[in-house]
Write a protein that binds this ligand. Sequence first.
Ligand code: ZN
Length: 107
Amino acid sequence: MAEEIRPRFYGCYNCHNHIALHDDIVRKDFVAGNRRRAFLFSHVMNVKLGTSMDRRLITGVHLVADVHCSDCGTILGWRYEKAYDEAQKYKESKTVLEKYKIVKDNW
Ligand SMILES: [Zn+2]
C-alpha cells in the first residue's frame, strides 16, 4: 500500500492559516531589509495584497506590495510585482515571507 504523502505547509504564525507550500520555496537564503531571514516562494495562498509601490531594497528599486494573511491581516512579507534591474527579474510575481512570521504545519 502506498504511503500517503501529505503536503508540507507553512502557516501564518498568528492564526495558522495555510499560506504556502514547502515545495514552492525558490530560495531559502533571502534576507529582508531588517536583516531577518526570509524565504522566496513561487506561489502563496490565502493572502491579500496591499497597494503596490516602488521600494528601494538592498538589490535596487522594485515595485512591491505587502502580503497580508487573509484571515488575521498580519503582514507576512511582500510580493515583487516588478523588478527594474534585469538581474532581479526572476523575482517578479514571487513572494518573500519572513521566516519568523511563518510556522511549519503538518510536518
Ligand atoms: Zn493569520
